[in-house]
Every structure is written in structure tokens, then in C-alpha cells.
Design a protein around this ligand. Structure first.
Ligand code: GTP
Ligand code: MG
Length: 266
């Protein structure tokens, strides 16, 4: 079928607090689950078990490819008769399972600088599917899809803010980290959406902090806040569509649906 002129492709980078257990606590903020839910159109392909502590050989395999980001693949959504194709990457920090420090091969600049980059490159990098695929990259049960042209120009960012309570990670630390990331993205003049992750387990104090972040004067109401849950599949697509609108103003801006209402609509 001929490609319609209003069909569009968006390259989206998903970012948020990452690092060693000391930085982010024992449980991640939900970046991988968020990407997984968006990419997997089929519910039974959703997994909540993604790892970032790896062996040296898994880190060097073609999926991780000695990078600190994952290529999650592409998905096309149709809206108003136009096709919107999203390529998704997740910026994370992979930790060596021997030293428990971030791998030092490849790019070694700190996460907050690396994750806001608008050009990512990695020759012959394979799409990530699930953690069991690592070390089994050539196994025929895993589809081998290469990141197109070995590079992506990032059009916009989705920044995750975990609103479930974590004992080992302070709220203040996450707030400070996320503000730092948002400032970096805006300095590069790229659009960004802030999503609350794990909103199915929301702690109101955490949610208030997320609301305070987007209300900061310097952001001039330019950062939409969307309450999401990957586990319950709430507002994930809305977050990507809202970002698509910020990137491409010709697209109709979707109405932001509060988490409590979106849950009922499922
Ligand atoms: P790193 O890449 O290691 O920094 O972590 P991450 O940000 O990718 O976090 P990940 O998606 O791996 O999620 C960590 C854990 O958070 C998961 O194993 C889930 O148990 C939990 N989690 C993720 N999404 C949700 C959600 O929507 N609801 C709830 N209740 N828990 C979630
Ligand atoms: Mg992850």
C-alpha cells in the first residue's frame, strides 16, 4: 500500500532514574515495563521481569551490543486514518554482575548526560525482546530485527517518575534526578512528556511531587504529566500519542485522561 503523506515516524527515548542499586534502589522505576507494554500488542507477550545486572558476555552480545541502551523495536498505531510509527529506545545503565559497577566499555559518560542524547548509534544492534534472549541471540525462537541503519535521531523523550513507594530510594533523590534530566532535554530543545509509572500503586505524596515538577515556572506548562501503569495497561499509548503531538503539531492533541478515569475505561 502506498505510504500516505501524513503517515509519520517518531523516534522516542524513554529515560528515568537508573544506575547501581545505591542510586536507584533494588527495583527499577519501570522504564522497561513501560516500553514492553507499548511495543507488545499481544497481552501475553508482556513481561515484568527485565534485568540490568548482566554478565560481560551478555553485555557484549548483539542485543546489548556494549551499549547502555536497548532498542525495543517499532510499533504502528493508527489515529484519524494516519499511521504513526514509533521506534522506541530505553536509556538505562547496565551493571556488571561481578563488580556491581556500570560496564565501562563503550560510552562511559554519566547517565544524566548520555540519556538525553538526540543521536544514538550502534552498528547491527538487535531488537531486545526479553531477558532470556540474552546469550541466545541467534536462537531461531527470537526474531532478529536490527535497529534501522545502526542509528536513530531521537525526536522526543518520555521521562518516567515512579510514584510507588520505595524504601531504599528517597523521594527527594528521584525528584532531583528527574528535574536534572528534564532540564537537559529542554536545553536540547526536544519535547518531553513526564509519566508517572506504577500509578496502580500510587503514593499520594509521590504524585504531588510529580505535579510540582511539571508546574515549575521555568517549564512554562510545556511538559504534560500522564498517570500510567504498565502492569494494568493504562495510558501507555496516550503517553506516546501526546508526545507525538508535541513533536508534530499538526497532529490533534489527545485529551489527557486522569489515571482514575482511564482505569475505569479499560
Ligand atoms: P532499570 O532499567 O534496571 O533501571 O529498571 P527499569 O526502570 O527498566 O524498571 P523495570 O521496568 O524493570 O521495572 C522494575 C519493577 O517495577 C518490575 O519488575 C515491576 O515489578 C515493577 N513495575 C514496573 N511497572 C509496574 C507497574 O505498572 N505497576 C507496578 N505495580 N509495578 C511495576
Ligand atoms: Mg530497564
Amino acid at each position: 500500500m502506498a505510504k500516505k503523506t501524513d503517515d509519520r515516524t517518531f523516534n522516542v527515548s524513554v529515560i528515568g532514574l537508573s544506575g547501581t542499586e545505591k542510586d536507584k534502589g533494588p527495583i527499577g522505576v519501570g522504564k522497561s515495563c513501560f516500553c514492553n507494554r507499548f511495543i507488545c500488542q499481544v497481552a501475553d507477550k508482556y513481561s515484568h521481569d527485565h534485568i540490568s545486572v548482566l554478565s560481560q558476555s551478555d553485555f557484549a552480545g548483539r542485543v546489548i551490543n556494549n551499549d547502555h541502551f536497548l532498542y525495543w523495536g517499532e510499533v504502528t498505531k493508527t489515529d484519524d486514518g494516519s499511521n504513526f510509527t514509533f521506534h522506541v529506545i530505553e536509556q538505562t545503565e547496565f551493571i556488571d554482575d561481578v563488580s556491581f559497577q556500570p560496564f565501562k566499555t563503550g560510552r562511559t559518560d554519566p547517565y544524566h548526560k548520555r540519556c538525553i542524547m538526540t543521536k544514538v548509534q550502534s552498528a547491527e544492534k538487535l531488537m531486545y525482546i526479553c531477558k532470556d534472549q540474552l546469550g541466545m541471540e541467534t536462537d531461531s525462537s527470537y526474531e532478529q530485527k536490527i535497529m534501522p541503519d545502526g542509528k536513530l535521531n531521537v525526536d522526543g523523550f518520555i521521562c518516567c517518575f515512579d510514584v510507588s513507594q520505595s524504601q531504599q530510594r528517597t523521594l527527594e533523590h528521584q525528584v532531583e534526578f528527574v528535574i536534572h534530566l528534564l532540564n537537559g532535554v529542554l536545553k536540547n530543545k526536544k519535547p518531553v512528556v513526564l509519566v508517572t509509572t506504577k500509578t496502580d500503586e500510587v503514593n499520594e505524596r509521590y504524585l504531588k511531587e510529580a505535579e510540582k515538577i511539571v508546574a515549575r515556572k521555568e517549564y512554562k506548562n510545556n511538559i504534560p504529566l500522564i498517570g500510567t501503569s504498565a502492569h494494568e495497561n493504562v495510558n501507555i499509548e496516550l503517553a506516546f500519542m501526546t508526545l507525538a503531538h508535541l513533536i508534530d503539531k499538526t497532529k490533534t492533541r489527545p485529551k489527557i485522561i486522569p489515571f482514575s478515569e482511564a482505569v475505569k475505561q479499560r
